[in-house]
Design a protein around this ligand. Structure first.
Ligand SMILES: Cc1cc2nc3c(=O)[nH]c(=O)nc-3n(C[C@H](O)[C@H](O)[C@H](O)COP(=O)(O)O)c2cc1C
Length: 180
């Protein structure tokens, strides 16, 4: 086996779906792109990593809520656009043609064009590691959408698109939560 630069080690683990995170601060809605995320527990506990270098962080820490919206591959270039400019000087919903849908429990909007959305509240902020712990309050999935494939960032500017899904539900039965 060849040596891999330690600085590239994270690319082996990063490939959760690319996410759009929305916030609402008074009248102002914003979106940022996020790939550093993980599931913490059933049924709906997640962690994300971001910090005060992003404009979204002020709204996240003040209002302690956000929506995680999951885009599909057809939206990738718009998603990268969202992640390479700032809500400080850009209305990203307008600029990138995303539509807001009201959430049920929080002010931060859902994104209509995304295949899935999760309304979340912030339950902890671990500042030392820039980790924000979220609890999902409600989730939505658009089964009517033709494109269902999500993108997974490698971390070096390349992306992996979902491929074949393999069913091992029977083998994993003892480890899966009821009703899944
Ligand atoms: C593909 C991609 C993935 C990103 N992942 C993260 C991430 O996990 N955490 C983070 O803090 N920023 C991440 N960013 C950067 C933010 O999305 C970017 O700084 C964004 O412009 C912040 O928007 P805001 O200043 O309006 O909050 C990512 C950007 C791209 C393009």
């Amino acid at each position: 086996m060849d040596q891999l630069a330690l600085t590239r080690a994270f690319t082996l683990l990063e490939s959760g779906p690319v996410i759009l995170l929305t916030t609402q601060d008074g009248e102002k809605s914003n979106i940022m792109t996020l790939t550093w995320s993980m599931v913490l527990d059933f049924p709906a506990s997640f962690a994300i990593s971001t910090g005060e270098w992003n404009y979204s962080y002020a709204a996240l820490s003040k209002n302690r809520e956000c929506t995680l919206a999951i885009p599909t591959v057809d939206l990738l270039d718009r998603v990268i656009g969202v992640g390479t400019c700032s809500g400080a000087d850009t209305n990203k919903f307008e600029k990138f043609g995303f539509s807001k849908k009201p959430a049920k429990y929080i002010q931060a909007p859902l994104i209509k064009e995304c295949v899935a959305n999760i309304e979340c509240k912030v339950v902890d902020m671990i500042e030392r590691y820039h980790i924000i712990v979220l609890e999902g309050l409600a989730a939505y999935y658009d089964h009517s959408r033709l494109e269902q494939r999500t993108c997974h960032a490698v971390g070096d500017g390349t992306f992996i698109v979902d491929g074949e899904r393999i069913d091992r539900r029977e083998m994993m039965k003892s480890k899966l939560p009821d009703g899944l």
